[in-house]
Design a protein around this ligand. Sequence first.
Ligand SMILES: CC(=O)N[C@H]1CCN(c2c(Cl)cnc3[nH]c(-c4cn(C)nc4C)nc23)C1
Length: 288
Amino acid sequence: PQQPSTPRQFHLGMFEIGKPLGKGKFGRVYLARERSSGFVCALKVLHKTELQQGKVEKQVRREIEIQSNLAHPNILRLFGHFHDSKRIFLILEFAGKGELYKHLRREQRFPEWKAASYVAQMCAALKYLHKKHVIHRDIKPENILVGIHGEIKISDFGWSVHAPNNRRNTMCGTLDYLPPEMLKPGKDENWYNEKVDLWSLGVLTYEFLVGEAPFEDTPSMTQKRIARGEMTIPPFVSAEAKDLIKRLLVLDPEKRIPLHEVEQHPWIVKHCVKGERAYNRTSASSKE
Ligand SMILES: CC(=O)N[C@H]1CCN(c2c(Cl)cnc3[nH]c(-c4cn(C)nc4C)nc23)C1
């Protein structure tokens, strides 16, 4: 009988392991090729002992559960997972142009057309996530990869949760992207919703255009500046881009510009030429 296209069970012997692609907090990622189909992927290897020591097994289980059920061009696919006695293996989509933050550091900052294109793609991905009541909660350049055609893909769902979330979470890593409502732990449980990703999208937009995060400072100063929404946008940033950043970096989560308005924002529309306008432009130029 015909072998099913996506076998239920994966195991290490099915893969030819290639060069190391890099390492995350708890695992290394290798280029890999599935022997029978020749399919190229990224194999993330997590060591069970490290996960136990880091008390992140639940987080990894959640990352697997959430990312396995997502299928969107701007979200890195998790095709499957398997484990042996010592390790857990995640079969991930391979992003041909690697980590976005490396491109950002190399280019210092992105031209407005490129930043707007990336923000529009982030919008599409976040709309898809929020429709499924998934909050990513860790949107930053380090968690975004670039596909072979220059499209961006959100990766690392280690911090994502199903909304509404009212669990106490200890944060690690940079504070730069945390929204104010996640900084001041409420008397009751930490209550926040999808709108935390809107704040992070604002920080990301700023960092794409300026080359550094808006509240970057010492950790204690960063917390203060986030809580007060204290940031300055340099004069080389266009008025439209400044307007969008200001509408996303709003202290009150309910007052942040919603995703469908972000994608209609003049700065996004101006730079993300839709099909027909692009067509008219090329047909017009061919008449010249
Ligand atoms: C937190 C984390 O896992 N970070 C990275 C490591 C590599 N990894 C990749 C993952 Cl998970 C998927 N695809 C990748 N492609 C690359 C890459 C491509 N080039 C040309 N250079 C690199 C590097 N890396 C990946 C995710």
